[in-house]
Design a protein around this ligand. Structure first.
Ligand SMILES: Nc1ncnc2c1ncn2[C@@H]1O[C@H](COP(=O)(O)OP(=O)(O)OP(=O)(O)O)[C@@H](O)[C@H]1O
Ligand SMILES: [Mg+2]
Length: 334
């Protein structure tokens, strides 16, 4: 599969202004050297606890915020440093669906006009009847009744509004959609319907998805690969099967331990997280996870582990030679 998006050593540091003269007194190291790629038609999930930098990665790709350093390459072309005036073409190809579509859907516009906007802006529809036809086709794609296009956003449920958000992302013919907690606020059954819709659309249209979520249980039903983030860095990157069966990084193990399973008595190497996430203003030395890791040893406190290969398409940033096994997991539970 060819690469659609490449992100190389992406950094976003937010300066904190303070002191008497309002100078920069510190930085929030929100994203601090993140690299991954997404193939055409692939879903990559970005998971991790609140504040680890997931949304910042998405916003930097979209240039809703300017990256501090690194490269973002779309179909072989760098897009992180092109002037904003040249971004139009890119905006058409990369779209975003946020958690709360209500806040991004103009309450005074009917759905038809909300969906017509990108079609007109990108010159994709000619005249009223062509717009109507294309909006009707979008409604079909997201499985909403066509007559719903005459209604206003407040007349829809959360799941239906999310369908409108997805239709708007599809309107300009995007080939990558960034879903930032797109299903997190929905009820379980509605969540599953939207995940199924995204998965169907991916098959139908060959869409690539960057699926940002703090919920591993949802990711399991949809993703091809998963990147686990902790304090601005990717700590593990692998395919879905390997992540759920043979993860290597203790942080991944900890996230998996928190996912509800159908049979709670099934044997699992649980890793229980203790303590809070440290501040991204002053991340811990060495491995950023060492302050919460039950397996940390001296080297972890001084030397930052880089992503290294531990299997085909499986990378981890951890000094442990082997994934935590039975005896170590037992220790963690003690
Ligand atoms: N504009 C900003 N100015 C300063 N700090 C910011 C800004 N935006 C985000 N941050 C900080 O950057 C870090 C990463 O934030 P981000 O929103 O990317 O996390 P997240 O993983 O998406 O979290 P969540 O799961 O809660 O959405 C956090 O510490 C956050 O407070
Ligand atoms: Mg976020």
């Amino acid at each position: 599969m060819s690469k659609l998006l490449e992100v190389n050593d992406l950094k976003k540091h937010f300066p904190i202004h303070g002191g008497l003269f309002g100078g920069v007194t510190a930085n929030v190291y929100a994203v601090d050297g993140v690299s991954f790629d997404i193939a055409k038609g692939e879903t990559l999930s970005l998971v991790g606890e609140s504040g680890c930098g997931k949304s910042t990665v998405g916003k930097a790709i979209l240039r809703l915020i300017e990256p501090t350093a690194g490269q973002v390459v779309l179909d072989g072309e760098r897009i992180d440093n092109i002037p904003l005036s040249q971004l139009r073409k890119l905006r058409r190809r990369i779209q975003v669906v946020f958690q709360d579509p209500f806040s991004s859907l103009n309450p005074r516009m009917r759905v038809r006009d909300i969906l017509a906007e990108p079609l007109i802006n990108f010159g994709l529809a000619k005249g009223g009847s062509d717009i109507d036809d294309k909006v009707a086709a979008l409604m079909d794609k997201v499985r909403l009744p066509r007559d719903a296009m005459r209604r206003f956003p407040h007349e829809f449920s959360g799941g239906q509004r999310q369908r409108i958000g997805i239709a708007r992302a599809l309107a300009p013919g995007a080939d990558l959609i960034i879903c930032d907690e797109a299903v997190s606020a929905l009820d379980v059954s509605v969540k599953a319907q939207i995940v199924n819709l995204l998965s169907d659309l991916q098959d139908e249209l060959g869409l690539a998805l960057l699926f940002i979520s703090h919920d591993l249980a949802i990711v399991e039903h949809l993703t091809h690969r998963v990147a686990v983030m902790y304090l601005g860095r990717i700590v593990e990157l692998t395919d879905r099967r390997t992540l759920f069966s043979k993860s290597h990084h203790p942080y991944t193990r900890a996230l998996l331990s928190a996912v509800p399973v159908p049979d709670p008595d099934a044997p699992r190497n649980r890793v229980i997280l203790t303590g809070d996430v440290p501040s991204p203003i002053n991340p811990p030395s060495g491995c950023r996870f060492h302050t919460r890791c039950p397996f940390a040893f001296d080297r972890c406190r001084t030397e930052e582990p880089q992503l290294r290969s531990v299997g085909t398409g499986h990378q981890t940033a951890c000094h442990l030679e082997h994934a935590p096994g039975e005896p170590i997991a037992a220790m963690a539970m003690a």
